[in-house]
Design a protein. Structure first.
Length: 598
């Protein structure tokens, strides 16, 4: 009896040397949660506490902002009205759950998953647009059907999971070893669900609203037993069954050094049915061919590590189609757990997931097209102990493969990013316009934004809506003491453009009475060269001599001038006084005299 050994080794130590930083985003906000920002010079925390005692849920002193929480929408609505009427309030916004739009929020994504970054799967997520349902058969030890990161990803028909167990000959392909569940998570663990890990096909921004159930689904086909072994007959039967029951991609993290006609026939049958077949190259660390990986029409996959080197355990040689990360891969495991595992077994489902993404994004692709796209869009890898795969082969790049599809599947080119107008007064909003070379497709196109100046505040991205070629976004600016330029970068795919905005200082004048009788009150006038922005504009005041003034004065929103009191103290001789105004480090002074009151 010929047995197939699974190509996996459990890695129990923590993966080291990988530091990933990412941001995720979404569009949901707690219904009764508000973020409130105050103008400079206002103590946000004490002001909010005074007005909304017991509702302050958090303070961000660097931003002079607070988070307010309310018991119900009625309280929230009343608070919004009160806040909008308060000239000290700079903004009132819902507490959106954010996040730059290609990095999911799964628990272990940043900490323990390096493969999506090194293969640029995270960039592919940005514009992957599922247009059909694609099924990946995990022909392995089965899948834990109740795993919380996989349950929603299973292929279901007529209310039942489509799968089969060729070890026990029943329709319950549950995993009793863990290996198949690990491979399944690499392909399609649910992404952006705040749980566990993210699979290659587990997330796309376009899947947020998905009434047609497009995307990638998992088909569990159990051919290996609780020891990770199975017969040629079982594996061949599993491949044929998968091809006959709706599989588009077949992932085979198993193999033997013995060529087998039944196994080869099963592979060719599946190929003839239009399936893409992906198989592990083997973990013997030698050039020997493994089957079914070495069969015709199979994408054979070697393993790489975090340094983009061929893994020391991986088989090698010119017969291998490509490589993918397989060292220290963290993924789903049975008993609703997660685990590090290593092997070409782990590299294989990543490539199977890539194949599924391409077919899902471009439904007209044939299996021939998919194979050529994957092996034709790779990155070079470093050898291990002098061992290499084919000279023109390398580690897969999911992003590059998706871009290569071209045509309607090509990410539109970002052609322009400009401010209009190009000059504004500091403190007023700037208007940034981004333009694409062609209309955005279904779901729109997200353009990333980044400010290179502390004077300009921009959102993480702007959406060019479906059917549009451009979008506009407001950019918040800061007050400046002298004319200053700020820059914002807009990025889409491989294109990054810079837009410059010139900020002008606000001009203002200060007038005070030439004389004020001691013990009486005079009025000064502060006049801006522009209308005060939303929320008004605070100007700091100080004085010298026998007078008192408020520490600051507010020019109301939409107004250009404000009057303020100057209270003179009693004097016995005529005495000069001075009032000083400070706005964004611009200083003006005006002087008069306090005279003896008769």
């Amino acid at each position: 009896m010929n047995y197939l050994n699974t190509f996996a080794r459990k890695v129990l130590s923590t993966l080291v040397g990988v530091t990933i930083a990412a941001v995720s985003f979404g569009q949901n906000a707690p219904a009764d949660d508000l973020l409130v920002g105050y103008w400079g010079g206002v103590d946000a925390q004490s002001t909010a506490q005074a007005h909304f005692a017991g509702n302050v849920g958090g303070v961000q002193p660097e931003l002079n902002a607070v988070r307010l929480r309310f018991a119900n929408s009625l309280q929230r609505a009343a608070a919004i009205q009160r806040l909008l009427a308060d000239p000290k309030v700079r903004y009132v916004e819902p507490n959106y759950t954010l996040g730059v739009f290609s990095s999911p929020n799964d628990t272990y994504y940043n900490e323990k998953q390096y493969a999506p970054h090194i293969t640029q799967t995270d960039r592919a997520w940005e514009f992957w647009m599922p247009k059909k349902q694609v099924v990946v058969a995990i022909v392995d030890t089965g899948i834990q059907l109740t795993h919380p990161d996989l349950m929603s990803q299973l292929y279901v028909k007529d209310g039942k999971v489509v799968g089969y167990d060729f070890v026990y000959n029943d329709a319950d392909p549950k995993d009793d070893y863990g290996h198949g569940t690990h491979c399944a998570g690499i392909v399609d663990a649910k992404g952006n669900n705040g749980l566990g890990v993210a699979g290659v096909d587990g997330w796309s921004p376009a899947l947020t609203n998905n009434p047609n159930n497009y995307g990638v689904k998992l088909m569990p086909v159990k051919v290996l037993d609780r020891n990770g072994s199975g017969t040629i007959a079982q594996v061949a039967a599993g491949i044929v069954w998968a091809a006959n029951n709706g599989a588009n991609v077949i992932s085979l993290s198993l193999g033997s050094e013995n060529a087998s006609t039944p196994l080869n026939d099963a592979v060719q049958y599946a190929w003839g049915k239009g399936c893409v077949i992906v198989a592990a190259a083997g973990n013997a660390g030698k050039e020997t061919r493994s089957y079914p990986a070495a069969c015709e029409h199979v994408i054979s996959v070697a393993s790489t590590d975090t340094a983009d080197s061929l893994s020391d355990f991986s088989n090698y040689g010119a017969w291998i189609s490509c490589a993918a990360p397989g060292s220290g891969i963290y993924s789903t495991y049975f008993h609703s757990d997660y685990m590090f595992m290593s092997g070409t077994s782990m590299a294989t489902p990543l490539v199977a997931g890539e194949a599924a993404m391409l077919m899902c994004h471009s439904p007209t692709l044939t299996n021939v097209n998919v194979v050529s796209t994957i092996v034709g869009n790779i990155d070079p890898i470093k050898p291990a102990n002098g061992h290499l795969i084919g000279l023109t082969h390398g580690r897969v790049n999911v992003y590059k493969a998706l871009l290569s599809l071209g045509g309607d599947n090509q990410l539109p080119t970002l052609t322009a990013a400009v401010f209009d107008p190009a000059t504004v007064t500091g403190g007023a909003n700037g208007s940034l316009n981004v333009t694409l070379a062609k209309k955005a497709g279904p779901g729109g196109v997200t353009v990333g934004l980044k400010s290179l100046s502390s004077l300009l505040k921009v959102p993480a991205s702007v959406l060019v809506k479906e059917g549009a070629t451009s979008a506009r976004v407001d950019v918040t600016t800061s007050l400046v003491g002298s004319q200053t330029d700020g820059t914002v970068q807009a990025s889409l795919g491989t294109v990054t453009l810079s837009a410059k905005l010139t900020l002008k200082p606000i001009t203002f004048t200060l007038k005070v009475p030439a004389t004020i009788s001691g013990g009486l009150t005079g009025q000064g006038t502060l006049t801006l060269g522009v209308l005060a922005p939303k929320g008004g504009l605070w100007v700091n005041l100080s004085r010298t001599g026998p007078v008192t003034v408020a520490g600051k004065v507010l020019v109301p929103e939409g107004k250009s001038a404000v009057m303020f009191n100057i209270v003179a103290t009693r004097v016995t001789v005529e005495t000069p006084y001075t009032v000083n105004a400070n706005l964004a480090d611009q200083k003006l002074s005006a002087s008069g005299k306090v005279i003896v009151r008769k």
